[in-house]
Design a binder for this molecule. Structure first.
Ligand code: C2E
Ligand code: MG
Ligand code: MG
Length: 553
């Protein structure tokens, strides 16, 4: 034993390579002479890690060893005298038993004069932001769990996504989006300790892995991140404000391994997004259940699209003056063979999230145009059909081509088509929205603002949008006959529409009192249960034949 040690000493002190030995936690156990020459630190100072630069280097080494494990690392270490030395470190595990190393052996070379690593070839790093990427993410989390397990500590995994990043990409272009991501990464790095890892997963999604002594530690970091990101960014000379949503899951409290920890954090992130964004949410068991339901719904929707389980209902729009049928809103229904009719309120939001809204929306558009053209060709007098376009569809670059294509394929005269978009879509990027609207209007179709009055859009912009119709949200119609304040708002919206020369439609008129109010205040087009519920195609065809929707009773 004694002899082996002196042989080892002799080897260590006579080879030219700088060598460092650490324990399993990365604490320096000994270094050789070449190491002392290279770094200027004495071995004793490093082992004691007493203070100052020796402490900084010892801690730096420990971090590198813990984060890298066995492998290669290139970076800087704090040498004696306070300067940073560029080094290359090749680390091997010693007495590795089932992934738990008793110690590490590091061979250090000066990286001074070595060509800098081209970013693209740094394995496991994102070329844009320089952060570690998905390739080494799992590894890092695994290591963190292992260490935490031994130290009886916890690990917090924070999954983070920028809110509405695609809006910025669409509005300012991809290179602006890229510079934003670079700046976001820089701010992220500032929020964390060096022992924590920030990762760019893909697109606008990031993750943080940190060992924590207390749940509060993760709250502090999450709040720091939210605040750091909230500060305006300067991108291409423009000020841009973005927010983060963060999902947090804890090991071992929420999940026992990397995979389930990742899923739990994903679920929490989803919850943060759907609870209004710009916030963090901790994972809860309840979320898992909700996530299952969502996944299940998504799979069923895909099947429904393939199996043609969707159907379009039409709700008549009626002239309050003479009960003439003047239009129809196309409203999608899902005839689920297992569950019966599913209302759009249940599946549209999930379709929107998953992107399925794009094929579903396209299908509704095509079907509505096809049916209206079919009725026209059967000799019926057509009415204008209004098709709802969701936020995601409206943003999509393909919307215009899809609408053009559908009009050509079906042969429907564009004046019989109107698109409904909700007010909340108008709030960002006014210029872009105006351009898109103008292109839509150019096709000869109408444009309506749905649910008007609920989206808090700035009235000053309203005049700039090339729209044709305002639809008063049904919240303002519900008690228009009994509540003087609501009545005043409804009156104001009607006046506003007339002033801007827009058609005004009231939705959700249920009782005669609503209709009387609307008629006497100059809102001529009324949609609601009072006249008719949304109807399946064959029943709507009957109304089209009659040209009138008589009041019940
Ligand atoms: P929306 O566009 O505001 O449609 C009006 C909703 O009000 C419809 O609900 C309609 O059935 C309901 N409604 C009509 N009259 C009355 C009434 O007198 N009283 C009450 N209480 N409700 C009335 P529906 O069909 O369940 O649709 C809900 C929402 O789902 C729609 O709101 C729309 O935002 C969305 N949606 C429906 N179909 C589509 C579609 O094809 N594509 C997209 N993107 N969204 C759709
Ligand atoms: Mg609508
Ligand atoms: Mg509406």
């Amino acid at each position: 034993m004694e002899q082996r040690r002196s042989i080892l000493d002799a080897i260590l002190d006579n080879i030219g390579d700088a060598v460092v030995l650490t324990d399993g936690e990365g604490r320096v156990v000994r270094v050789n002479r070449a190491f002392e020459d290279l770094t200027g630190h004495s071995g004793a100072a490093l082992v004691d890690a007493a203070a100052g630069n020796a402490l900084e280097m010892a801690e730096g080494l420990a971090r590198v060893v813990r984060a890298t494990g066995a492998g290669r690392w290139v970076g800087t270490l704090r040498c004696a005298g306070g300067g940073d030395c560029a080094v290359e470190l090749r680390i091997s595990a010693v007495d590795d038993m089932g992934g738990v190393a008793a110690g590490y052996l590091g061979i250090v070379r000066s990286a001074e004069g070595l060509p800098p690593e081209p970013e693209a070839s740094r394995f496991g790093h994102d070329t844009l932001t320089g952060l570690p990427n998905r390739d080494i993410f799992v590894d890092r989390v695994e290591q963190a769990l292992l260490l935490a397990h031994r130290a009886r500590q916890s690990v917090a995994l924070l999954m983070m996504g920028l809110d509405r990043f695609s809006l910025i990409n669409d509005a300012l272009g991809h290179s602006a989006g890229d510079s934003l991501l670079v700046e976001v990464s820089r701010r992220l790095r500032k929020c964390i300790r060096e022992t924590d890892t920030a990762v760019r997963l893909d697109g606008d999604r990031f993750a943080l892995v940190m060992s924590i002594a207390d749940v509060d530690d993760s709250v502090i970091v999450a709040e720091k991140v939210l605040n750091a990101i909230k500060e305006p960014f300067a991108v291409d000379g423009q000020e841009v404000v973005v927010t983060f949503s963060i999902g947090i899951a804890l090991y071992p409290e929420d999940a026992p391994d990397v995979e389930s920890l990742g899923k739990a954090a994903e679920n929490a992130l989803h919850f943060a997004k759907t609870s209004g964004r710009n916030q963090y949410q901790f994972f809860s068991k309840d979320m898992n259940q909700k996530a299952k339901v969502r996944l299940d719904l998504e799979a069923r929707m895909r099947r429904a699209l393939a199996n043609q389980e969707f159907i379009v209902f039409y709700q008549p729009k009626v002239s309050a003056e003479d009960e003439r049928l003047v239009g129809a809103e196309a409203l999608v229904r899902w005839m689920d063979p297992d569950r019966g009719m599913v209302s759009p309120g249940e599946f549209i939001p999930v379709a929107e999230e998953t992107g399925l809204i794009e094929p579903i929306g396209e299908w509704v558009l095509r079907r509505s145009c096809e049916q209206m053209q079919g009725w026209y060709e059967a000799g019926l007098k057509p009415v204008r059909v209004s098709v709802n376009v969701s936020a995601r569809q409206f943003r999509s670059r393909t919307l215009l081509d899809i609408v053009k294509g559908v009009l050509t394929e079906t042969g429907l005269d564009p004046r019989w088509l109107e698109l409904e978009i909700t007010e909340s879509m108008l709030m960002n990027d006014v210029e872009g929205v105006v351009r898109k609207m103008a292109a839509i209007r150019e096709l000869g179709i109408g444009l309506s603002i749905d649910d008007f009055g609920t989206g808090y859009s700035s009235l000053s912009y309203l005049g700039r949008f090339p729209i044709t119709t305002l639809k008063i949200d049904r919240a303002f119609i519900a008690d228009v006959d009994t509540n003087p304040k609501t009545a005043e708002i409804a009156r104001a919206i009607i006046g506003l529409s007339r002033g801007l020369n827009l058609e005004v439609v009231a939705e959700g008129a249920e009782v005669v009192g609503h209709v009387n109010f609307l008629r006497s205040h100059g809102c001529h087009t009324v949609q609601g249960f009072y006249y008719s519920k949304p109807l399946p195609p064959e029943q709507f065809e009957q109304k089209l034949r009659e040209g009138k929707v008589s009041r019940p009773g």
